[in-house]
Design a protein around this ligand. Structure first.
Ligand code: 4NP
Length: 157
């Protein structure tokens, strides 16, 4: 199987998409899939910054260290480089479409659209809430990550 490249996208690339990146990297590794995983924000507010401390703390609960991640902004070249570009909410999807050059190879979707029975559901932005919101985010992105693993295993069988 050739290496599959996956990019998770949110607004700031400091709360949701770093957790999605972490959850998917772990799930893919557990499944023995050869993947390359990154995350990005549609906004440039937090370029070069580490994830939100609440996301770092949530990942640590799952024995994953994301403190070395750094924010970066989605760019048109990503649509040529990645096989999957997965946004978190409807607003992300609008922003992703605005950067899409139209002739890339990436499959573009909202993450929870991959989860049976969760189509159309958003991974809500936890930025304005408390730490418990980040546990909800983890559970949502973990469901999406596991669903993507299942899709990739199916595709390659
Ligand atoms: P994220 O959350 O998109 O999940 O990383 C946010 C982070 C920062 C901001 C908004 C959402 N912000 O407005 O700076």
């Amino acid at each position: 199987m050739s290496k599959i490249k996956v990019l998770f996208v949110c607004l700031g690339n400091i709360c949701r998409s770093p957790l999605a990146e972490a959850a998917f990297r772990a799930a893919a590794q557990d499944a023995g899939l050869d993947v390359e995983v990154e995350s990005a924000g549609t906004a440039n507010y937090h370029v070069g910054e580490r994830p939100d401390p609440r996301s770092i703390a949530e990942a640590r609960k799952h024995d994953i260290d994301i403190s070395g991640y750094r924010g970066r902004q989605l760019q048109a070249a990503d649509f040529h480089e990645f096989d999957y570009i997965l946004g978190m909410d409807a607003s992300n999807m609008t922003n992703i479409a605005a950067v899409d050059p139209g002739d890339g190879k990436a499959h573009v979707a909202m993450l929870l659209d991959l989860v049976p029975g969760q189509q159309g559901r958003e991974v809500a932005d936890p930025w304005y809430g408390g730490p418990e919101g980040f546990t909800t985010t983890w559970n949502e992105v973990k469901a999406g990550a596991d669903a993507l693993v299942a899709v990739l295993i199916n595709e390659n069988n």
